[in-house]
Design a protein around this ligand. Structure first.
Ligand code: ACO
Length: 192
């Protein structure tokens, strides 16, 4: 598994993975906005081990775009490896409309997911650490925030226990289906 910066050529695979893994979905232009505005804040996890991938129906649906990518790669030299498949992504950004009471530059994790067969391998942790590092190092974020469903045990474990985020508050009926969200935050410090 390789973790690398996401490019516009990954957008369709990221959107497919998001549609597959989460009820919070976005228009393609919102993904593009992230990648064009803060190119170092979003990452993908990819594999070139097609033996596992080709027997994974879920992964196949996430990769509906692959043929188009292969066709594009013939004309676009910047797309280096058409055989790699996206198995996870993180979409990060700087908060561009900060709360008037809090002018501290800070980042926000819009969305992260890993396709089912590749979970519990540390991929989400790696994606998070890479994005948090770059939000701090490249964009000067002093802290990073995110929202998570109160029922999302896996994500909550990842944020609270593995990455030491703290719960700021519960936002009532934050999601479209009225589920509450934990609003979470982690201070970022540059490592020496
Ligand atoms: N149950 C309990 N803890 C879990 C679970 C689980 N099912 N999965 C991950 N964790 C925790 C553990 O603490 C784990 O550390 P450990 O394995 O050493 O115990 C830690 O998270 C890191 O696990 P990773 O292997 O890095 O996580 P993974 O790659 O499996 O991805 C994720 C976790 C992204 C939450 C995945 O389950 C997923 O894609 N879920 C569906 C989409 C989703 O809920 N995304 C988050 C929404 S909130 C947002 O996007 C801001």
């Amino acid at each position: 598994i390789t973790i690398r910066q996401a490019t516009i050529y990954d957008l369709q695979a990221i959107q497919n993975a998001n549609l597959h893994n989460l009820p919070e979905n976005y228009m393609l232009k919102y993904y593009m906005y992230h990648i064009l505005s803060w190119p170092q804040a979003s990452y993908v996890a990819t594999t070139t081990d097609l033996s596992t991938y080709e027997h994974d129906e879920e992964a196949q649906t996430v990769d509906k775009y692959s043929q188009k990518k292969i066709d594009e790669s013939k004309t676009d030299p910047s797309y280096a490896n058409p055989k790699e498949k996206v198995v996870g992504y993180i979409l990060g950004k700087m908060e561009d409309d900060p709360n008037p009471e809090d002018k501290t530059p800070h980042g926000h994790v819009t969305s992260i997911s890993v396709i089912r067969t590749y979970r519990r391998m540390g991929i989400a942790e790696k994606l998070m650490r890479q994005s948090l590092y770059s939000l701090c190092e490249c964009y000067g974020a002093k802290y990073v925030s995110l929202h998570v469903r109160v029922s999302n045990r896996a994500a909550l474990h990842l944020y609270r226990d593995t990455l030491q985020f703290t719960v700021l508050k519960i936002e009532k009926s934050y999601y479209a289906d009225k589920e509450d969200a934990y609003s979470m935050k982690k201070e970022l410090v540059l490592e020496e």
